[in-house]
Design a binder for this molecule. Structure first.
Ligand SMILES: [Fe+2]
Length: 431
């Protein structure tokens, strides 16, 4: 009799583990209603914008409805309807349930610059809520965007407060830009679930602009989520089509360089390194935008004592300097460093920033290139551009101003750098 009780206990114990495992594994599963709705900037941000979302496999097709913004009740009969591209995907990660879903993607084109729109995604009986976005006008009037260094770890519990603080500081920001290592373990859908939970409806209203880091790669392969859950411009070289690209936003050209590909570009003969160099040089040769900002994961100058990326500098810095790129925003080193330096020029002008928004933090080094630095601190940046003036502010996760400067472009094409961080009373390096 006693033995039977033991057997029953063991069966119940195993059953409870299985049930719990299933519940744990499936909370990131897709449903019939759209989730993970995200906007991405298109090549010409003033007339186009991309949207991507996810459903379960029973929802076999997806539609977008679009109309001009209204102050009154939304009348669905006023909408234009578009059918999205639907791709069946399977995301697997060792030891965790495989997630199967349909990813739906659509690019709205031929829109009116400067206009506000309402849109929703899904299909009959399973629509998302109506979300709004605003396109930039063609004028050089003021706009701001947010920059995040690596979110990477503890995204739900500790990064979520950073994106929410940034959005509360700059609710009308034009887009949010990332420097890679969005999650920690490439391919792990549970971590993407945390990232989408952290930003929630913000992603459906503010376009996200993402470059990958080494943690977004597994060996030489990028996490497949990058191809299917984002719809980035795809105007870069074939080898890195979804991760090296550009967008034009008013008088700014934003460029993503994929420095995580080919094992952090360690092979100087790698095709992705060569093609990105050629693409970047030709793109900047015909550039007509006043400002050029590059985002890439690896720092040109490292803020960490034990790290350096001379191959990146050797191949890309001469191109950036030749074409007068203004700023390079990076991550990877989990501390803060900001400075102007060059391996090639006597008069360096590019501002290099290393920053981190997530809670994986480390100590900054004493390297000379940094004019401002910080250890053990989570940050976000608000960068504003108005005609020939750029205003950079770095804020801590609790909303304190940590670093600040301005750049003014003179009529002769030269830039004037205006240091402002010395005026920040609360400034101190965290140890
Ligand atoms: Fe990294």
């Amino acid at each position: 009799m006693k033995r039977n009780y033991y057997a029953l206990y063991i069966v119940l114990f195993i059953a409870s583990i299985c049930l719990n495992y299933k519940a744990y594994g499936q909370h990131n599963a897709a449903k019939s209603f759209p989730d993970r709705i995200i906007l991405n900037l298109a090549e010409d941000a003033s007339t186009s914008i991309a949207v991507t979302w996810r459903t379960d496999l029973n929802t076999k097709e997806g539609f977008c409805e679009l109309q001009s913004i209204t102050p009154t009740r939304i009348n669905p009969t006023n909408t234009q309807s578009f059918k999205a591209k639907t791709t069946r995907v399977k995301y697997g990660y060792d030891g965790e349930p495989t997630i199967e879903a349909n990813q739906h993607s659509f690019v709205f084109t031929d829109l009116e610059p400067g206009e506000k729109y309402l849109y929703r995604v899904g299909k009959e009986n399973s629509w998302s809520e109506w979300l709004e976005f605003k396109l930039p006008s063609r004028e050089k009037s003021k706009f701001s965007f947010i920059y995040f260094g690596d979110p990477q770890s503890n995204i739900k519990s500790e990064w979520s407060r950073v994106i929410r603080k940034a959005y509360s500081f700059s609710p009308n920001c034009s887009f949010m830009l990332y420097g890679g290592d969005i999650i920690n373990r490439a391919g792990r859908d549970l971590e993407w679930e945390e990232w989408f939970m952290a930003g929630s409806y913000i992603y459906g209203m503010v376009p996200q602009v993402l470059t990958p880091g080494n943690h977004d790669y597994s060996g030489l392969k990028i996490d497949p989520h990058w191809k299917y859950q984002f719809t980035q411009p795809g105007n870069g070289p074939e080898e890195v089509k979804n991760t090296c690209y550009f967008s034009d936003y008013k008088n700014l050209k934003i460029i993503s360089i994929d420095s995580a590909t080919e094992n952090e570009l360690r092979d100087e003969n790698g095709s992705a390194l060569k093609s990105q160099k050629a693409w970047l040089d030709s793109l900047l040769t015909v550039n007509t935008k006043d400002w050029v900002i590059v985002t890439t994961h690896l720092p040109f100058y490292s803020s960490k004592e034990t790290r350096d990326n001379p191959i990146l500098r050797k191949h890309f810095q001469p191109i950036l300097e030749k074409h007068g790129v203004d700023m390079v925003l990076t991550g990877h080193d989990h501390s803060y460093g900001r400075g102007t330096a060059s391996d090639f020029s006597e008069e360096p002008s590019i501002v290099y920033v290393v920053s981190v928004s997530g809670p994986k933090l480390s100590k900054v080094s004493d390297k000379e290139w940094m004019q401002v630095k910080g250890s053990n601190i989570q940050l976000f940046q608000e960068i504003s551009i108005e005609e020939n003036r750029l205003h950079y502010k770095a804020f801590t996760a609790d909303g304190e101003l940590f670093d600040e400067f301005k750049i003014k472009k003179r009529a002769n094409g030269k830039s004037e750098f205006i240091e402002l961080h010395t005026k920040i009373n609360s400034f101190q390096m965290m140890e």
